[in-house]
Design a protein around this ligand. Structure first.
Ligand SMILES: *Cc1c(COP(=O)(O)O)cnc(C)c1O
Length: 603
């Protein structure tokens, strides 16, 4: 795996040069230089770097692919897209997105009342808004208000009751009716983890009987001319294009049938989201290109329209992951390598040591390149025996400590002998010679999909890449939860560098974290959101660090979970001498992440 698979997942957004990961844009700054600039302003702990230029690139790529297909196939419908707010609602992401999408008429999709309010407030007027998900009458009322505000809004109906609510709101308010879409419950399902978003057992959408009923009801209540859209969404992260083609055929025919039944303003098919992003550093998992995807959509819809003799529909997409994932990089400082506790100067041998310990000592002393592998193996065996002896009471704590130090030092020494020529040999015992890296972040807060659904994310160091990574690595976060770990996986091994953190810094980047992670993250152990920064480039291609949003203060975290900060302060104040209380208030005003010691690192 060269350069941590950056050629597979990186999409040319980043590249490696002189041992550093660099941004392939503007003045091509290294991620390390950005991180150092931010840390100089005393923002320690994990950092979430957002790159609005990558979001913009994704929007542009999406529109160009579809518009090219449309031209190529001489397609009569238009291409339209909205961003599903569910995927990332945070202002530092959304506001630049809205700005970047303006010239395309890129709109927003909302799935809840709060998201709808965001869409109404920030959507570029004239760009479409679509509304999905379960709704009550209040939510539908908000859609009417959005329409009155001048928005091009389409309420997508998940069930017949929602249609009845529309008719009621129309009667009660006398406001103009927004456009209406019907979400169809497909016979064909999706693929991948999220297949339950599509398919006949789906949580969402109308069956064919309900679609016919819905249209009848619309005719009876005289709102049929507001029916403009057929919608489906077969699930997130489609790894193959085949289920989409089936879904398109199904939805295309429903569209054509409804048109032939008299739905004269039905003009659009909304194909939902689901465009996949490459997360793997080892092999490609997405088996189609965007061009193929666009061509398939355009070709299939044209084919059906011709077959049924109806107008070719306008195409809407709601891809979220594709637009947002690559735009965000999580940077975590490495706080500690566990083997540093095993430095030789802590070795405290006795005048007379147990024989196995004496042997460990000799293995370490006498190791040569030729014997490195064998001695390392022996030392691991000895260590196991010594642990058993400890449990049985035959050796004491000092012996055990000596054994651990010697074994770790033997492994380190062997690796330094073997790393150049016998690297493969070394890999065979990866599992046994792992190094644990303690990272200043919370996996629950920053990578919830890893915790919840085993989602893989590309991981790589952002510096030291000119050296060979020799340690098979497992990663630990700073929560007090044993699930806060990314264990070493021999099938997808991660190798990191052996670093002396007293001399230099080491940072790991987690890439493609811009989709879903931000608001899914949880405050387990009361670690809140990392410090966020938008990295933008001015017209001379220089870096500007914008919208720095510091990780929440402890006081605010506590208030967020409904404690009264004044009460907390009063209780502490009345129980502490004044000077200690004063010291404590400084901490209340800081975030929960650990402060790494700023070392004398010079680039
Ligand atoms: C979640 C969702 C999307 C976005 O899916 P992605 O896989 O992120 O592209 C689009 N439309 C609907 C209706 C959704 O529920």
């Amino acid at each position: 795996m060269k350069n941590y698979g950056i050629d597979i997942w990186g999409d040319n957004n980043f590249f490696v040069e002189k041992g550093l990961v660099k941004v392939n844009h503007g003045c091509e700054p290294s991620l390390l230089s950005i991180v150092k600039d931010i840390r100089k302003q005393d923002f320690k702990g994990p950092l979430l770097l957002r790159f609005p230029h990558i979001t913009k690139k994704q929007i542009t790529t999406l529109y160009s692919a579809f518009n090219k297909s449309i031209k190529e196939y001489d397609y009569k419908g238009s291409f339209n897209a909205v961003f599903p707010l569910k995927v990332n609602q945070l202002p530092n992401f959304v506001l630049p997105l809205v700005q970047a999408g303006k010239k395309y008429g890129y709109g927003l999709e909302a799935g809840s009342k709060a998201e709808l309010i965001l869409a109404m407030t920030y959507n570029n007027m004239g760009s479409p808004i679509t509304v999905n998900g379960f709704k009550d009458k209040e939510m539908i009322h908000i859609c009417f208000i959005a329409k009155a505000m001048g928005h091009d809004i389409t309420v997508i109906i998940e069930g017949l009751n929602e249609l009845e609510m529309i008719v009621e709101v129309l009667k009660e308010t006398g406001l103009e009716c927004p456009n209406v879409g019907l979400r169809v419950r497909l016979h064909s399902g999706g693929s991948g983890l999220w297949a339950k978003s599509g398919g006949i057992n789906s949580k969402f959408g109308l069956t064919s009987t309900e679609i016919l009923e819905a249209f009848e009801l619309m005719e009876e209540t005289n709102i049929h001319e507001y029916l403009t859209m057929i919608h489906f969404h077969i699930g997130s992260a489609m790894n193959s294009i085949k289920p989409l083609k089936k879904a398109l055929r199904e939805a295309g025919h429903i569209y054509a049938e409804l048109k032939n039944l008299g739905a004269k303003n039905l003009t659009s098919i909304n194909i939902g989201g689901g465009l996949a992003v490459e997360y793997s550093a080892y092999e490609r998992t997405r088996f189609y290109s965007l061009t193929e995807f666009a061509n398939d959509v355009v070709f299939t819809l044209r084919d059906i329209a011709r077959q049924k003799g109806v107008d070719e529909p306008n195409i809407f997409t709601e891809s979220g992951r594709f637009i947002s994932a690559a735009s965000t990089v999580l940077i975590t400082p490495v706080l500690e390598l566990f083997s540093t506790e095993y430095e030789l100067d802590h070795l405290n041998l006795k005048d007379k040591n147990p024989p196995l310990i004496q042997e460990l000592y000799e293995l370490h002393r006498d190791m040569t390149k030729r014997t490195a592998y064998e001695y390392m193996h022996d030392s691991i065996d000895h260590m196991e025996s010594l642990l058993t002896l400890f449990d049985l009471g035959y050796i004491d704590l000092q012996d055990r400590s000596n054994a651990e130090i010697l074994t770790h030092q033997i492994i380190k020494k062997a690796i330094s002998f073997l790393e150049v020529e016998d690297y493969e040999e070394l890999k065979r015992i990866d599992q046994n010679i792992q190094e644990k890296y303690l990272l200043n972040f919370s996996l629950f807060q920053s990578l919830p999909d890893y915790w919840g659904i085993d989602q893989e994310f590309p991981i790589m160091p952002i510096n030291h890449l000119d050296k060979k990574p020799t340690r098979s690595a497992s990663l630990w976060d700073i929560t007090c939860d044993s699930d806060g770990e990314l264990p070493f996986d021999a099938k997808k091994p991660l190798y990191l560098h052996d670093i002396n953190l007293n001399k230099e810094d080491y940072f790991l980047g987690f890439f493609n974290v811009g989709a879903y992670q931000d608001t899914l993250g949880m405050k387990h152990n009361l670690f809140s959101h990392p410090t966020e920064i938008n990295v933008v480039f001015d017209k001379d291609d220089n870096v500007i660090l914008e919208k720095i949003l510091e990780s929440q203060k402890i006081e605010d975290i506590l208030e967020d979970i409904d404690y009264d900060p004044n009460e907390i302060k009063n209780i502490l104040k009345s129980n502490l001498p004044e000077n200690l209380y004063k010291d404590l208030t400084i901490y209340l005003n800081q975030n929960s992440y650990l402060k790494t010691i700023w070392s004398y690192y010079d680039e």
